[in-house]
Write a protein that binds this ligand. Structure first.
Ligand SMILES: [Zn+2]
Length: 302
């Protein structure tokens, strides 16, 4: 049986699944935290051991697809920039390929492009030729399929909706990409959690959010804010109202350009914030009348 292994190297987790033949049911899955040692050599070594364990002992060839939360420079898997892994100009595909050896056929892709393609082939966007997928997790990633083709762009950066600008005034939030005013710098989990804790540290704010997190500001997550917003907490509602509009602007602008049939929303933040997601979807209908066409196509990946 041919073994295929899919790996997702994100900003927080390294996840892997092994599949046999054409079956979409995994033979085995693995998940670990990326952790603090993000040196490319350390991650390559850990990933290679995971792959070898999942591949088992036989000598049969194994196909490995790795999705990386990164801007890639070429098809060999050279990482131009990954703010979340703190990598710049890392020949990741070459390092991993050399470490794994000849038994493994390796492809390295942008993580969200890989997910988007997977959804189009076997998931929530199956049967659609024009798809926009947006994942709000540690950061915000996007993937595009137009006319049935994955759109990678001239330098493999197409679909980076997280770095489209939703503000451009003097107060626009700085982003780890080096720009400012990016939607990711507002709604991306890393920035969102930092802002929530910063605002909660200001004791003048009246909100139930800290109690919901057991009394500790450091334990507050976007999920607690979402629960509070659903209960009418004024601070939580005001924050969600602002962020829903910013996310809707980014989504609406993208849909206006792409005329997608199907919008897929997912990622760790949106999975845990149904109120924020619903508010953004309502705003989206107002921001972009064209998005009404996609309304029935909004699909949430849990
Ligand atoms: Zn940015």
């Amino acid at each position: 049986m041919t073994i295929s292994i899919g790996i997702d190297l994100g900003g927080s987790n390294l996840r892997a699944a092994a599949f046999g033949g054409d079956s979409a049911t995994p033979l085995a899955v693995h998940r670990e935290a990326v952790g603090d040692d993000r040196a490319p050599e350390a991650i390559v070594e850990r990933m290679a051991r995971t792959i070898e364990r999942l591949a088992g002992g036989s000598a049969d060839p194994v196909t490995v697809g790795v999705g990386v939360a990164a801007l890639l420079r070429d098809r060999r898997g050279t990482v131009a920039n990954s703010p979340h892994l703190r990598w710049r100009d890392v020949p990741f595909g070459e390092l991993l390929g050399r470490r794994l050896g000849a038994r493994y056929r390796l492809g390295v892709y942008n993580d969200v492009n890989a997910i988007t393609w997977g959804e189009a082939v076997a998931g929530a966007a199956r049967g659609y030729r024009d798809v926009l997928a947006v994942y709000v997790g540690t950061g915000i990633g996007g993937g595009l399929i137009a006319g049935g083709q994955l759109i990678e762009g001239a330098s493999h950066c197409a679909g980076e909706i997280g770095h489209t600008k939703v503000r451009w005034d003097d107060d626009a939030a700085p982003c780890m990409c080096g720009g400012r005013g990016c939607v990711e710098a507002y709604v991306g989990g890393r920035y969102l959690i930092a802002r929530i804790r910063r605002e909660l540290a200001n004791k003048r704010r009246k909100t139930t959010v800290i109690e919901r997190a057991g009394g500790s500001i450091d334990a507050v997550t976007p999920g607690h804010v979402d629960d509070a917003a659903l209960d009418g907490d004024a601070w939580a509602l005001a924050l969600w109202t602002e962020l829903a509009a910013l996310l809707a602007v980014a989504l609406g602008n993208a849909l206006a350009i792409l005329n997608s049939q199907r919008l897929i929303l997912g990622g760790g933040v949106l999975e845990r914030t149904p109120a924020l997601r619903t508010m953004a979807e309502i705003d989206l209908m107002l921001v972009a009348p064209a998005a009404r066409l996609a309304r029935d196509g909004v699909s949430i990946i849990e």
